[in-house]
Design a protein. Structure first.
Length: 283
């Protein structure tokens, strides 16, 4: 109802503006005839819309209708939701009471990088541009339990990268919520089974085309000399091109499995044979 009244008010104001700027200007020496008098918005001659013509549904009154804004209720269905409780620097982590646990997390991260073939030792030469790295420490716990897990994430300081030297293309398509709604509705209508999977250390699977070198990270005890650096053989968290490299890698995997991306959303992959399969990739 309020929208209708506002629209009628805007129409009346528009007529007044037209009258001032169009018909109040002399044309050929003669003034244009004025517009016929229009009844005012609140005048008794204006036909009013009675509320009785548009009754509220049963059980609803004008007092419990909210105008504007949205109400957000926190979700309570994610029993395995991860809560981040701690974030500190390397020095703070080593000086804390859980320094041993943080060191174990660091070594586990280095083992993961070695297993994926991300780092390779090299010598520093004259003119070599080295990127800095930083550690991100997280103490995670599941919302319905008290089991904490220390995790250490090695990240490159991507803001130090130089365009066209350290990276080129960075664009990567993003998923849409409407596509997820379509997928859920389609699977429900066709009685399909839904499976959710998570790729651990996803960015470490992306292939790196540029020659990038990083300084020896803190906690890397195997190298004690300042003439050694580490070459990045694959993408690492923090690089500007890491999201794109991961998308190209997972896209290649889907292509080899017979999937093809949707024309409307490149994150939505479809395979029709031998049986219909749908896959939604969210980065």
């Amino acid at each position: 109802m309020s929208s209708l009244f506002q629209w009628r008010a805007l129409v009346g104001i528009s007529q007044q503006i037209l009258r001032l700027f169009l018909f109040a200007i002399p044309l050929g020496g003669d003034s244009a005839p004025p517009l016929p008098e229009q009844p005012e918005f609140n005048s008794p001659d204006t036909p009013a819309l009675a509320k009785d013509n548009y009754p509220f549904p049963k059980g609803i009154s004008s007092g419990n209708i909210a105008s504007g804004g949205r109400f957000h209720k926190p979700p309570n269905c994610f029993s395995g939701e991860v809560i981040n409780k701690t974030s500190r620097t390397f020095k703070e982590a080593m000086a804390s009471s859980k320094s041993d646990a943080w060191m174990v997390a660091i070594q586990n991260r280095f083992s993961s990088l070695k297993r994926h073939g991300v780092l390779e030792k090299g010598k520093i030469w004259e003119g070599c541009q080295l990127l800095n790295t930083t550690w991100v420490f997280r103490e995670e716990a599941y919302s319905l339990g008290n089991v904490f897990e220390e995790k250490a994430l090695l990240c490159v300081r991507g803001f130090l990268q130089i365009a066209d030297l350290d990276f080129h293309e960075t664009f990567v398509p993003t998923g849409r919520l409407s596509t997820l709604h379509f997928l859920l509705g389609y699977c429900a209508d066709h009685d399909f089974d839904l499976h959710q999977m998570d790729v651990k250390t996803a960015f470490l699977h992306g292939k790196l085309d540029e020659n990038l070198f990083i300084q020896i990270p803190e906690g890397y005890k195997r190298v004690q000399t300042s003439t050694i650096c580490l070459r990045l053989m694959k993408s690492l968290y923090g690089l500007k091109q890491s999201p794109r490299n991961w998308y190209l890698r997972i896209k290649q995997f889907f292509f080899e499995a017979g999937f093809r991306p949707s024309a409307s959303n490149p994150h939505f992959f479809i395979r029709n044979r031998p049986q219909p399969l749908l896959c939604l990739h969210a980065c």
